[in-house]
Ligand binder design. Structure first.
Ligand code: MG
Length: 458
């Protein structure tokens, strides 16, 4: 069988299965890590032992160009659950416990959409899309919630069930185990289906903690221990799905919200959390649905976390919201019918400030803020500055963004700039204002390629 014929046959089989969506939609499980690097799983080249996630990859689809919508936690999650840019949905930056807002209340979450198809849903883990009760998961389409509503380095580190605090300072060492047990209870209760389990783990965001069973057991320090415990958790979820006879009708996905912070590996990519280099935004992405998606498939085509909403909605027959989505339906990539999908550029922001754009295998850096990841802002504050010249990187030949080839590809620079200019007017006013301010702000023309710009001091 030729590759083309194989793909056609695979697509036909999947098509008939996906065709069932109208009558019998599959269960959906999305497991999200916090600050896990592109290079932190065995199936992505790590020495950390992740046999369960490696099995997910072997039995499902593994992406090598799957990008979150933002290099920090809250915006990335906002995009996952709405299919829209974080700057469109009111979450351009990380949220803190004292914040009074969150994901805009007029946005439709994936849980809202699946609810309309009769899904029972549960969120277990780190929410980080607003702390006031009207922003909590139980107000945003989920039937239940168990977890820490923001990052584990924020205080107070409360553990909540639905809208109630049940532990004033959550014990981190037992957290992954308790999340897992909660997930297993939900799966048992919801096995009549269909159900949507959204499981955003608290780890490996710092401060790190692992249970005694995993502490000191990996070859990569406490970070490795923590990831190995998360892998165990994934294995328990898969085992429970299988034990209830749900294996063939359950789509399980796994990813991370952004790249690694102080520890963890971005693989061979440049940058880490809070940078718009690939190391901050490229994530592992696995999707396993036995019998529907080909086993062991590797997709190199570009995909975004924003694609999850329209893809899952398409599979489940859930209605799309009235507001236009920025993500696209990537079922053809998952099925094997296509190797890549042409799409508009993916834009990346720092707060409201446009930083760069990814188009196909090209990355055009236009502006950059003046702090490295989580270093104190310089006198005068944290600002975004236009680069003296846009920097163009060819990710196909230069995945770690080491060699600026803008001078050799001037037309490509112009083409991507034009695509960006066509997209920007649809973004909210703060984006327009920030863009105008960045253009008005002077940057040092002597800033070297690849450097964080230094503001001109008068
Ligand atoms: Mg994160």
């Amino acid at each position: 069988m030729t590759r083309r014929n194989f793909l056609a046959a695979a697509g036909a089989g999947i098509g008939s299965r996906l065709g069932r969506a109208a009558g019998s939609p599959p269960n959906i499980i999305f497991i999200l890590c916090d600050d896990l690097g592109y290079g932190d799983l065995g199936c992505y080249g790590s020495r950390i032992r992740t046999p369960n996630l490696d099995r997910m990859a072997a039995e499902g689809v593994r992406f090598t160009n799957f990008c979150s919508a933002d290099p920090v936690c809250s915006p990335s999650r906002a995009a996952l659950l709405t299919g829209r840019y974080p700057t469109r949905v009111g979450v351009p930056r990380v949220l803190f416990p004292q914040d009074t807002g969150g994901l805009n209340l007029d946005e439709t979450t994936l849980a809202n959409a699946l609810k309309q198809r009769g899904y029972r849903s549960m969120c277990i883990g780190k929410w980080h899309l607003g702390r006031p009760v009207e922003y909590l998961p139980t107000s945003r389409g989920f039937d239940g919630y168990f977890g820490i509503p923001y990052s584990n380095d924020m205080a107070p580190r409360v553990l909540m069930r639905d809208t109630q605090v049940i532990e004033q300072t959550a014990d981190l060492e037992t957290l992954t185990r308790r999340y897992t047990e909660e997930a297993q209870r939900f799966l048992e209760a919801a096995k009549g289906g269909p159900f949507f389990l959204y499981m955003p783990h608290t780890f490996p965001h710092i401060p790190l903690a692992a249970s005694a069973r995993f502490r000191g057991k990996s070859a990569e320090g406490l970070y490795g221990d923590v990831v190995e415990e998360v892998d165990w958790s994934v294995g328990e979820v898969l085992r429970t799905v299988d034990a209830n006879g749900l294996d063939q009708n359950t789509l399980v996905m796994f990813s991370s919200d952004n790249g690694p912070w102080y520890q963890g590996s971005p693989g061979k990519l440049r940058g880490r959390k809070n940078t718009t280099y690939e190391g901050g935004i490229r994530e592992p992405f696995l999707a396993r649905w036995p019998g529907a998606f080909p086993a062991g498939r590797v997709v190199d085509g570009l995909a975004s976390m924003m694609d999850v909403f329209p893809t899952v909605a398409g599979i489940c027959g859930a209605p799309l919201p009235a507001k236009p989505l920025d993500g696209i339906d990537i079922r053809t990539l998952l099925q094997g019918a296509k190797e890549s999908i042409e799409r508009p550029p993916l834009l990346y922001f720092d707060n409201w400030d446009l930083q760069c754009a990814r188009w196909m295998n090209w990355k055009l850096h236009i502006a950059r803020h003046n702090t490295a990841a989580y270093t104190p802002a310089p006198p005068g504050g944290r600002h975004s500055y236009l680069l003296p010249k846009p920097e163009l990187y060819n990710l196909a030949s230069d995945p770690d963004e080491s060699y600026d080839v803008a001078a050799e590809n001037r037309q490509m620079v112009i083409d991507i700039q034009q695509k960006i200019a066509a997209m920007l007017p649809s973004f909210p006013e703060p984006v327009q204002r920030a863009w105008a301010e960045a253009k008005a702000r002077q940057a040092d023309p002597n800033t070297p390629t690849g450097a964080y710009p230094q503001p001109v001091v008068h």
